[in-house]
Design a protein around this ligand. Sequence first.
Ligand code: ATP
Ligand code: MG
Length: 283
Amino acid sequence: MPIDVKDLHYIYFKKTPFHADALNGVNFHIDNNKFVAFIGATGSGKSTIIQHLNGLLIPTSGEVKVDDFILTSNKRKNKSISKLRKHVGVVFQFPEYQLFEETVEDDVAFGPKNFKVGKEEALLKAHQALLSVGLDESYFKRSPFELSGGEKRRVAIAGILAIEPDILVLDEPTAGLDSRGCEYIMSLLKKMHDDNKTIILVSHDMDLVNKYCDYVYVVDEGKIVNQGSPKDVFVSQDLKGDLEIPKIYYFCRLLKEKGIDLDINSINNLDDLMNQIIERIKK
Ligand SMILES: Nc1ncnc2c1ncn2[C@@H]1O[C@H](COP(=O)(O)OP(=O)(O)OP(=O)(O)O)[C@@H](O)[C@H]1O
Ligand SMILES: [Mg+2]
């Protein structure tokens, strides 16, 4: 399911005193089975962009096309949003917004039930999804509200996996998790990607973006201002706002300031960096 977004504009609270121009002409194309990240300073418009991908937000103008589903400001054309949501699952930035049932298993089963799957089969899908995010049977009957932040996030991800969408969209899936929790979620997403899903994420963690994603969009003031492979994006420019560059490229920059100029183009990970440093020491 390819995604095509053309000249997307979005205004919150149009024609009110709270009017906010959040997106100012966003264009992008994402092919099947990509692992893509949207990065950018806080308030740049990342969450607003991704909430358009399953019709949570409707364009003020412009067009969002996911396979044959088209979303425009013309509401009459947007009939099949519920079908679109079977194909594109969005996990919100704040997982607690997504949890509302009394037990974890009911919460995760809600999605499949909504798509007319029978109660028992929905529970079965819920259990499978929970196990796949690393939450065992002891979690099934617990209240989602008594879980830790990381566990809530896993439940929210399971809730989307249970619908079996082709495209998974996750807004800051690792925020607030410790490094083990981050790696767990990211390797789970990598597994989904290996299973032919398209993964789209918003992240402030540049090391994870660099390690896992194959394409990056940089968002600034409601526009895409740069895009490319992680290395192209991180090496070619200083990122704006509160974003840092991945540690390996930052380290290369510090070395350069000390007169040690490595061949950054052939450095993709920590191993490459170590090997180049070792080569230098040997010379
Ligand atoms: N519900 C809302 N009502 C009014 N304005 C909003 C709302 N949500 C976002 N905005 C505004 O739209 C712009 C884009 O916000 P958005 O949440 O998409 O940014 P973001 O890149 O996801 O930021 P963050 O990194 O902080 O999550 C900001 O100026 C923000 O203040
Ligand atoms: Mg956001």
